[in-house]
Design a protein around this ligand. Sequence first.
Ligand code: ZN
Length: 188
Amino acid sequence: MNRFFDYLQTISQVNDLSCGLGNGRKIQWLFHCGMLFSSKVKWWGDFKFRQSAHEGIDIAYYRTHPDEMHCFNDSIKVPAMDDGIILNICDDFLGQTLVVEHKNLSSSNKRLLFAYAHIIPEKSLKTGLGIKKKDVIARVCDTYKNPQLSPHLHFSCFEISKKMARENLNWTLFSNNSDIHKINPVFL
Ligand SMILES: [Zn+2]
């Protein structure tokens, strides 16, 4: 299965989002176009333009029945997409970001980093620590810093060169450095 869609299923399982649906039925994830990779529009407030193209995917909405839409809140647990290592924990404009290196499953030898953003990491996590697929690594954070936005998980994938120092792996680098190649998580 595609890695990103597998990850959506993991989020659903860890949080028991399909609870009560029965018969193995799955929830449906919902995305406004402004939540998608490289979108130039906002999915909040005035729905006008973002300051720069979106560096990842925002995950927040799902439905359990055709007329029952749900949104994440700050109790949503964030699982790890795969086994990996925590390279950095840094601030973002809503909460914190975990920068994780997951194994690259493709045949190339490129180095892939993943940013789980707008979260509150589990207290036991430290840089250098190994994590396992489906481990709960964080909770989605509340959005009191920008109440127009609903709580959501921002998920990014970056391809970097080997030589970057761990402590520099943060949003200043991801947003401004043209050597960072941003990858659409849907095509992982
Ligand atoms: Zn985002």
